[in-house]
Write a new protein. Structure first.
Length: 681
C-alpha cells in the first residue's frame, strides 16, 4: 500500500488562439490596470464619457467613443446599461475587468447586440472579453474574422435567437458561459459557414454546484472564476439567477459550410423538458430541438466534450447531417443523449462520408445512421468510410442494438470494431460490418491519427462525506480508501496535536479535507470554493466547518470505498526483542511504515555496562525517540491530556521486556532488530 501524493488529472487541450489581450503594467482606469494589446491602446471607458453604474443608457456614448478609439475600450468593473446595439469597427476591442466584474445590462424587451452584422464591415484582430451580458448578445456576421470571444457570461437573454453567433471566418470562442432559465428559452451558440473556428472550453447550461461537480475536470480556471462572478452578482442582488439554466432549444447550431473547425472541451448541461414555452391553450410554442445540430460541414473535430440533460426522445440527439469528415472522439454522452447521423435528400450535399466515431463514452445512448429515402444509382447518399469503433456503452438493456445503420443505404460503407459494454461484452450492431481494430484505426487520415490517444475526460464521483464523532485527547482521524477496480488502498491521517479547538465533529472534518486535497491523489474533498486554491491538486475545492458538508470525490472516474475511523494515537505494536550484546556488537533497528517508507537507527553501546539487554534496549529506545518521526520506544503511559513533547507518554526504561515500539502517526508498521559486529578501536 502506498500514499499517492500530489497527483491530479490533467487533460490539456493544446489549441491555437486568436488575438488576445494580456494584462501587463500599464495606466490605470478607475484604479484597474488597462490591458495592453498588440499594436494599439485601449481607451478607458470613464475617460471617454462612459462611466460605470450611472444607471443611464450608455450605448450611444460607447458607439461614439468606438469611432474615436480604433483599438477599442476597456470597461472597468461596474454596470453599464446597454439598450441599443454596439457596432464594432476595425479592431475595436471590448474588454472588461479581469479581477472585478463588468456587466453590460439591457432592460429592453429584446436583446441588443455587441458585434457587427454588416457583411463587409471588415472587423478583424480584436477581442470581446470578461463581460457579463445581462440580456445582451454577441453577434457577428459576414467578413469579420480573427476574433476572440472569451470569458463572457450570457444570461437572461430575452431574444430567442442565438446568444453568441459567429460566421464565415476564423473565430476563437473560448471559456464563455451561456445560460437560459425557464423564462428565457432559446438558442445557445451558432457558427455559420466558419472556416477555422475554434469553440473550446465553454459551458452551456446549468451551473449549480450539484451539476458542476461531476464535470469539474472539464472546467478551466478562468471559466470557474467567471461562474463565481455570476453567482456573486446574484448573491448581492445585482443579477437575476434563477434555478435551471438549461432551457436551450439547441446548445450548438451550425446550419451550413463549417470547415476546418473544432468543438473541443465544452460542457453542455440542459434539462429534460420537452416543451420550453407553452401557449395559454396548452400547445407548445417553443419545442426542443437538439443538443447539437450541424450540417453541410467539411472537416470538423468534435472532441472531449460533455453532453447531458436532454429529453429522452428524438430531440435528445447530437445530430449531424449531409456532410464530410467528422472526427467525433473522446466525448462523454450522458443519459438521454444519442449520436445521430441523419442525411436527407433535401440538401445539395448528398454525403455522410468519412465519419469517425471513436473512443467515446455513451451512457444508455446509441450511435445511429438513417436517411429519409432509399438509395438509387441516380440519387444516393455517399456514406463511404463511416466508422464506429472503440466506444464504451453503458446501456442497461444488453439485448438492444447500440450501433445501427439502415437498409435504405446501398452506397454506404459502415464498419464497426470493439464497441463494448464496461465488462468487455460487445454491443449489438445492425447493418454494420465488423472489422478488426487495426483496420478501423488505419482508416483514420494520417493527420488525425493523434486523436486515437484521446479518451473521454472522467467525471467526478461522490463517494460519501467526511463525518464522525467528536475527538478526545490522543485520538487521530484516519481515512482509508479502497479502489474498487484494483483493490489498491490509499490512506491519510489527521492529528489534531492536542488542539481541543479541532475536537468537535464539525471542526476536524475540514482539517482532514485540507490534508486530502494536498496529499491524496485522484481524490478531492470539501465544497466548491469562491476562489482558486493556490496549492494542492484540487484548486476548486475548499473545506468548511461542518459535520456533513465536506464530501469526498474521486476525480479519475473510478469508484472507491471510503472508511473514516477514529483511532488511538498511541498504538503499541510490540516489544523490542533480543538478548545481551557481546563486545564489539551494535544493534540496528529498522522500521517499515505502512506508507512504504523505511527508517533505521544504529545503537552502539558506549561501554560494556550497556551490553545487557535491559540496558541496550533503554539506549536504543532513546535513539529511536530522538531520530525517527512518527514512532516512540519505551514504556507506554498515556494520560488524558495532550503530550507536551513527542514521546512524553513513552519513556525508555531499564528493562529487557518493557521497551515497546509505539506508533504515533496512525500507521501500521513492522520492525526488526539486528546485531552486527563493529570493528575494534
Amino acid at each position: 500500500m502506498k500514499l499517492f501524493r500530489l497527483i491530479c488529472i490533467l487533460w490539456p487541450l493544446l489549441l491555437g488562439i486568436a488575438h488576445a489581450a494580456q494584462i501587463k503594467d500599464s495606466t490605470l482606469c478607475n484604479g484597474e490596470p488597462v490591458p495592453v494589446i498588440p499594436d494599439g491602446t485601449l481607451a478607458c471607458a470613464p475617460d471617454v464619457g462612459v462611466a460605470p453604474d450611472s444607471g443611464q443608457d450608455v450605448a450611444a456614448k460607447i458607439n461614439s467613443a468606438l469611432t474615436q478609439n480604433p483599438y477599442g475600450i476597456y470597461f472597468p468593473a461596474g454596470e453599464y446599461v446597454i439598450n441599443e446595439n454596439i457596432d464594432l469597427h476595425g479592431s475595436n476591442n471590448i474588454i472588461g475587468s479581469r479581477d472585478g466584474i463588468t456587466v453590460f445590462r439591457s432592460v429592453n424587451n429584446s436583446s441588443p447586440t455587441v458585434g457587427q452584422g454588416y457583411y463587409y464591415a471588415g472587423v478583424n484582430d480584436m477581442a470581446i472579453k470578461n463581460i457579463i451580458m445581462d440580456n445582451v448578445v454577441i453577434y457577428f456576421y459576414g467578413e469579420q474574422g480573427n476574433i476572440e470571444i472569451s470569458n463572457n457570461g450570457l444570461i437572461n437573454t430575452v431574444s430567442a435567437g442565438s446568444q453568441l453567433a459567429v460566421s464565415h471566418n476564423k473565430f476563437v470562442v473560448s471559456g464563455n458561459v451561456l445560460m437560459r432559465d425557464e423564462t428565457h428559452p432559446g438558442e445557445g451558440l451558432s457558427t455559420y459557414c466558419n472556416n477555422g473556428a475554434t469553440v473550446q472550453n465553454n459551458l452551456v447550461g446549468e451551473m449549480s454546484d450539484d451539476r458542476l461537480l461531476p464535470v469539474m475536470n472539464y472546467i478551466k480556471p478562468d471559466v470557474y472564476l467567471l461562474i463565481n462572478k455570476i453567482k456573486t452578482l446574484a448573491k448581492n442582488g445585482k443579477l437575476t439567477l434563477n434555478d435551471d439554466q438549461g432551457n436551450f432549444q439547441d446548445a450548438w447550431y451550425a446550419t451550413s459550410c463549417l470547415t476546418n473547425s473544432s468543438f473541443v472541451g465544452n460542457v453542455i448541461i440542459g434539462n429534460t423538458r420537452e416543451c420550453l414555452f407553452e401557449n395559454p391553450d396548452g400547445t407548445c410554442e417553443k419545442a426542443r430541438d437538439h443538443v447539437t445540430y450541424i450540417k453541410e460541414y467539411n472537416g470538423v473535430d468534435v472532441v472531449n466534450n460533455y453532453y447531458s440533460g436532454w429529453p429522452y426522445d428524438s430531440s435528445g440527439q447530437i445530430k449531424f447531417r449531409n456532410a464530410s469528415y467528422l472526427y467525433f472522439a473522446g466525448n462523454y454522452l450522458d443519459k438521454g443523449v444519442d449520436f445521430d447521423a441523419r442525411p436527407y435528400d433535401n440538401s445539395s450535399v448528398m454525403k455522410m462520408d468519412h465519419t469517425f466515431v471513436f473512443n467515446n463514452f455513451i451512457a444508455d445512448g446509441i450511435v445511429s445512421y438513417w436517411q429519409n429515402f432509399a438509395d438509387t444509382d441516380e440519387t444516393y447518399i455517399d456514406a463511404n468510410n463511416f466508422l464506429v469503433f472503440s466506444n464504451l456503452f453503458d446501456g442497461a438493456d444488453r439485448s438492444a442494438t447500440y450501433v445501427n445503420s439502415t437498409p435504405y443505404s446501398t452506397h454506404g460503407e459502415f464498419l464497426a470494431s470493439e464497441n463494448n459494454f464496461p465488462d468487455g461484452t460487445p454491443v449489438n450492431t445492425y447493418d454494420f460490418t465488423a472489422v478488426d481494430l487495426t483496420t478501423a484505426q488505419a482508416r483514420l487520415p494520417a493527420d488525425k491519427q493523434y486523436l486515437l490517444k484521446v479518451k473521454p475526460i472522467p467525471l467526478w464521483k461522490n463517494i460519501g462525506n467526511i463525518s464522525g464523532p467528536a475527538l478526545t485527547y490522543n485520538q487521530l482521524v484516519r481515512l482509508d480508501l479502497t479502489w474498487t477496480d484494483s483493490g489498491e488502498k490509499d490512506f491519510i491521517v489527521y492529528d489534531p496535536a492536542g488542539n481541543t479547538g479541532m475536537f468537535p465533529a464539525w471542526d476536524w472534518p475540514y482539517a482532514l479535507t485540507d490534508l486530502i486535497n494536498t496529499n491524496v491523489g485522484h481524490v478531492c474533498a470539501g465544497i466548491l470554493g469562491q476562489t482558486l486554491a493556490t496549492s494542492g491538486h484540487c484548486p476548486y475545492m475548499t473545506s468548511v466547518a461542518s459535520s456533513y458538508l465536506n464530501n469526498l470525490y474521486t476525480i479519475n472516474g473510478k469508484s472507491a470505498e471510503p472508511k473514516i475511523s477514529i483511532i488511538d494515537k498511541y498504538n503499541d505494536i510490540g516489544p523490542i526483542q533480543g538478548g545481551d550484546l557481546a563486545q564489539n556488537q551494535s544493534v540496528i533497528f529498522t522500521i517499515k511504515f505502512e506508507d512504504g517508507t523505511s527508517h533505521s537507527v544504529t545503537y552502539t553501546p558506549s561501554s560494556s555496562d550497556w551490553l545487557p539487554a535491559y540496558r541496550w534496549k533503554n539506549g536504543l529506545s532513546t535513539e529511536i525517540n530522538n531520530t525517527i518521526d512518527g514512532v516512540c520506544a519505551g514504556q507506554l503511559n498515556v494520560q488524558d491530556r495532550a503530550a507536551t513533547s513527542k514521546c512524553e507518554f513513552v519513556q525508555p526504561v531499564g528493562s529487557s521486556y518493557l521497551n515497546d515500539i509505539v506508533m504515533l502517526n496512525g500507521q501500521s508498521a513492522t520492525f526488526t532488530t539486528e546485531f552486527i559486529t563493529t570493528p575494534s578501536k
